[in-house]
Design a protein around this ligand. Structure first.
Ligand code: PMP
Length: 454
């Protein structure tokens, strides 16, 4: 009745038939086989329960088991399951309008199915837009090392983590990288403020050295998540916005993880008060219940495509992007977030968790830095606090394993090639209860503290 299965050869079948995402081969590998989920908790096929402290990176922001989301999709599937957006349908129109409200600016919305596709769409729109305004040579993009923008050959080219690219070249051409605004790893003797400015100005230098009429856009996450929870200062973001405006370069903000309440505001960039030219989103748009993604562009970009000839429209199609059931579900998801004020809740829970972790762990010899952005928290583990040398993979993994044994799922982020995959990460659902959060804090603190005994 509980839906819990007996092992029954399941892991053998899994190994035989299912190719997992980013999972290195290990002879005794035991991936979690999740069979049920409710609130912030998931249950595996042997009946073990875990608090999903990582759901935020797949962005189950409203938590699991929301009947109103499932019902919205089911109703739409029965009424009208599919029609392409070469024509139109009600759920897409309503959701596009709603996203405009959420973005707090004048945006027009294109739909896709994944964050990678949303970014690919943004790159094509940006290049073509520059052609429409008479700047046909502007084809390059600037991104940051450690940033992640997806797995397809353009989004991967934008990604700034070498390990993900090795062996898959040639990727899309024209993507350049600059250093991330990681103040924890700034040069000795430099203030954080000076370092943040230096990082932003590196973008300006690149534009100038490449030739200012060759760069179409800058893409960045509000906070680099997969690369290790790198939270920029206000002055960095302001400076990037200034540079993009000054050189006519489009600022593409990738809200695939930071969007939809995770940051404590509706979108991550709202925390910095800037207006992007293009916003890409996925995951949290449906709280992960169904695939749906979106590329929102400022109205003037959209209008530049409306004034052109027959074959100059955006020649880009996406069969399932904006499918009716996912759009109806996304609407129900946004309504839950509004009704329960989940962005505000994320801000409170995130602050409490960050304060709790700092109180308990700030002096720990292996804890280099503790940082957060809404309900997205990173703990950077180091070998020692003076050298800031990243902790070895086995140390980081031992904390993750201890959490798992105690019923908490967390993970690590960073950059493997740079030898710093050492940032413990947690991002539970925004709807987590106060008891969930207390459990998460206790288990995480005890698991990190256990490193003293090693
Ligand atoms: N951008 C960011 C910031 C992401 O974290 C991800 C996925 N982790 C993507 C883009 C790609 O999204 P998807 O996996 O849906 O293609």
């Amino acid at each position: 009745e509980s839906g819990v299965l007996k092992s029954d050869g399941l892991l053998e079948k899994d190994r035989r038939h299912l190719w997992h995402n980013m999972r290195p081969y290990r002879a005794n590998d035991r991936p979690l086989v999740i069979v049920e989920a409710m609130g912030s908790w998931v249950t595996d096929h042997e009946g073990n329960r875990y608090l999903d402290g990582m759901s935020g990176l797949w962005c189950v922001n409203v938590g699991y088991g929301r009947k109103e989301l499932a019902d919205a999709a089911a109703r739409q599937l029965q009424r009208m399951p599919y029609y392409p957006l070469t024509q139109s349908h009600l759920p897409a129109i309503e959701l596009a309008e709603k996203l405009g409200e959420w973005l707090e600016g004048d945006y027009v919305v294109f739909f896709a199915n994944s964050g990678s596709e949303a970014n690919e769409t943004a790159f094509k729109i940006a290049r073509q837009y520059q052609q429409h305004i008479g700047k046909p040579l502007r084809s390059k993009f600037i991104a940051r090392y450690r940033g992640y923008h997806g797995s397809s050959l353009g989004a991967l080219a934008a990604t700034g983590q070498a390990i993900r690219k090795q062996g898959y070249e040639p990727l899309a051409a024209g993507f350049l990288h600059v250093r991330p605004p990681d103040s924890y790893r700034r040069p000795e003797g430099m203030t954080a403020e000076a370092f943040q400015l230096l990082c932003a100005r590196e973008i300006e230098e690149r534009i100038i050295w490449e030739g200012e009429d060759t760069v179409a856009g800058v893409i960045m996450e509000p906070v680099i998540t997969g690369g290790g929870i790198i939270v920029p200062d206000q002055l960095y973001v302001d400076e990037v916005r200034r540079i993009c405006t000054e050189y006519g370069v489009l600022l593409i903000i990738d809200e695939v993880i930071c969007g939809f309440g995770r940051s404590g505001r509706k979108f991550g960039h709202h925390n910095y008060g800037i207006a992007p030219d293009i916003v890409t989103m996925a995951k949290g748009l449906t709280s992960g219940y169904l695939p749906l993604a979106s590329t929102a562009v400022k109205r003037e970009i959209y209008e530049a495509f409306q004034r052109t000839g027959e074959y100059d429209h955006l020649r880009h199609v996406n069969t399932f992007g904006g499918n009716p059931a996912a759009c109806a579900l996304a609407m129900a998801n946004l309504e839950v977030m509004e009704k329960e004020q989940l962005p505000q809740r994320a801000a409170r829970l995130g602050e409490e968790l960050l304060n709790g972790l700092k109180r308990e762990l700030a002096d720990h010899p292996y804890v280099g830095d503790i940082r957060g952005f809404g309900l997205l928290i990173g703990i950077e583990l180091v070998e020692d606090r003076d050298s800031r040398k990243p902790a070895a993979a086995a140390i980081v993994q031992s904390v993750i394993d201890r959490c798992r044994a105690a019923g908490l799922i967390i993970s690590k982020n960073g950059d493997t090639v740079a030898g710093m995959n050492n940032v413990l990460t947690t991002a539970p659902p925004l709807s987590s209860t106060d008891e969930d959060m207390a459990f998460l804090l206790t288990v995480l603190v005890e698991s990190v503290q256990s490193l003293r005994q090693n």
